[in-house]
Design a protein. Structure first.
Length: 76
């Protein structure tokens, strides 16, 4: 049981190997999973907020085994 968590990463295979139950595939590169330096500062803040809210939606989903969530699957 424990505390529900979501691992947000671009390195899906590593998250699976360490036993993460909820894995949210990062939209950014592995250097900055919650960032996109190509956007304006305001655009990046909006984008980052959307990514975090999508990861939190994945946290609400029940899982029995390691499950990878794509942004498009959980986007509100």
């Amino acid at each position: 049981m424990g505390i529900p968590t979501v691992a947000t990463t671009a390195l899906i295979s590593i998250a699976e190997r360490v036993g993460s139950n909820r894995i949210f595939k990062a939209l950014g590169r592995f250097h900055y999973p919650f960032g996109d330096p190509s956007k304006t500062p305001e655009g990046e803040r909006r984008w980052r907020r959307d990514v975090v809210l999508s990861a939190l939606t994945a946290l609400e989903r029940p899982v029995n085994r390691p499950t990878v969530f794509e942004y498009e699957q959980v986007r509100k």
